[in-house]
Write a protein that binds this ligand. Structure first.
Ligand code: GLN
Length: 304
C-alpha cells in the first residue's frame, strides 16, 4: 500500500465530514478553532512519517496526553501499583462524569476518563514532583521536536474553567485517592492537556505502542505485555462512551481528545494521528473517526 496515495484518497473520501460537529465549547480557547481543518499522519515503525492536509498544524493534545502519562507511570513503577487506584473497565458515561465515583469508593473506572487521568497524573506527580514536565520531555524526545510546549492561552482558558475537574479531584481526595494536594494535581493535569503538537509529532511519539514498548532510540519504555495492556485499555476506554462504536467502525486502539485529535495504534506496523476539531456528541472528532474508519477498511490493518 502506497501510504501517501492512501492518505490523499482518505482525505478526499471524508471531505463531506470535515466541518461537521462542533468544537468543544466548555474550554473557550478550543471553541475558537476552525472546524474546517483536517490533518492526518501515519508514522511507520522506522520513523518515516507521511501526512495529508493540516498534518503539520499544531493543536492542543487534550486527552490524548492521558495515554502517555499512563505509559510513563507504568514504565516507572514497572508493576501493577497504579491499578489499585484506577480501574480498567469502560465507563459508558461521559469523559467528565462524576456518577460512578460514589458507587466505586473514589476509584475511577479507567485511566482515560478525566477522573482516572487525574489519579494517574497524581501518581506521576508524587513520583517525580512534576508530571507535566516529565511528560513534555518524553514527548520532545520521542517526536524529535525539542520545542514542544504548553499553549499558554489554552492553559489559562482551561484553568479558568476547571470546576468539573476540580470537583472530581476533591471527591476522590475525600476517599483518600489523591496523594498530591489537589490544586497541584489539577495544575499539572491542565498543563498536560494544553501541550501543543501536530499530527506528525503525535504519531511519532506514540510509536513505542506500535513497537511493543520500544522507544525511538531503541531503548525499552514498557515491557511487551505492558504495551499490550495500554493498547487494550485504549481499545476499550480510549474514546469514552463511544469505545464500542469506535471498535466497531475502526478496530484499533485509539485515544481521542476534545481538541479533535485521535491517536490510533496498529501494533507491529504503524501509528496514525488524525485531527479535525468538529466533535460528535461524545466528544470524538467526526471527520477523525470517519478517516480512521476508511483507513482500516482500505488497508485491512485492524487488530481484528
Ligand atoms: N482538558 C480536557 C478536560 O479535562 C480534556 C478532556 C478530553 O479531551 N476529553 O476536560
Amino acid at each position: 500500500m502506497h501510504i501517501p496515495d492512501l492518505l490523499a484518497k482518505i482525505a478526499d473520501e471524508v471531505a463531506d465530514d470535515i466541518g461537521k460537529g462542533n468544537a468543544a465549547d466548555y474550554i473557550p480557547a478550543l471553541a475558537r478553532v476552525d472546524t474546517g481543518l483536517f490533518g492526518m499522519a501515519v508514522a511507520e515503525l522506522d520513523g518515516t512519517v507521511h501526512g495529508v492536509g493540516d498534518w503539520r498544524r499544531p493543536f492542543s493534545v487534550q486527552s490524548v496526553s492521558k495515554v502517555f502519562t499512563l505509559a510513563l507511570v507504568l514504565a516507572r513503577e514497572g508493576g501493577d501499583r497504579v491499578w489499585d487506584r484506577v480501574g480498567r473497565e469502560p465507563s459508558g458515561d461521559p469523559f467528565n462524569s462524576l456518577v460512578q465515583l460514589e458507587h466505586e469508593d473514589g476509584i475511577p473506572r479507567n485511566p482515560f476518563i478525566n477522573a482516572g487521568a487525574l489519579v494517574v497524573t497524581d501518581e506521576l506527580a508524587a513520583a517525580t514532583g512534576d508530571a507535566a514536565a516529565e511528560l513534555i520531555s518524553f514527548l520532545r524526545e520521542e517526536s524529535g521536536s525539542p520545542t514542544i510546549t504548553v499553549d499558554e492561552e489554552v492553559l489559562a482558558s482551561e484553568a479558568a474553567h476547571s470546576d468539573r475537574n476540580r470537583a472530581l479531584a476533591y471527591f476522590m481526595a475525600s476517599y483518600g485517592n489523591m496523594r498530591t494536594p489537589v490544586p497541584e494535581v489539577l495544575d499539572q493535569y491542565v498543563r498536560q492537556c494544553s501541550i501543543t503538537m501536530n499530527c506528525a509529532e503525535l504519531a511519532l511519539a506514540g510509536l513505542f505502542l506500535a513497537r511493543h514498548g520500544i522507544r525511538n532510540d531503541g531503548t525499552r519504555l514498557l515491557e511487551r505485555s505492558q504495551a499490550k495492556r495500554v493498547n487494550a485499555v485504549m481499545l476499550t476506554c480510549g474514546t469514552y462512551d463511544a469505545a464500542g462504536q469506535f471498535a466497531y467502525r475502526v478496530g484499533l486502539p485509539g485515544k481521542s481528545g476534545v481538541s479533535g485529535a485521535i491517536l490510533a495504534v496498529v501494533p507491529g506496523r504503524c501509528t496514525v494521528c488524525v485531527w479535525s476539531p468538529g466533535l460528535d456528541a461524545r466528544g470524538n472528532s467526526v471527520a477523525g473517526v470517519a478517516a480512521l474508519d476508511r483507513f482500516t477498511t482500505l488497508t485491512g490493518w485492524s487488530v481484528f
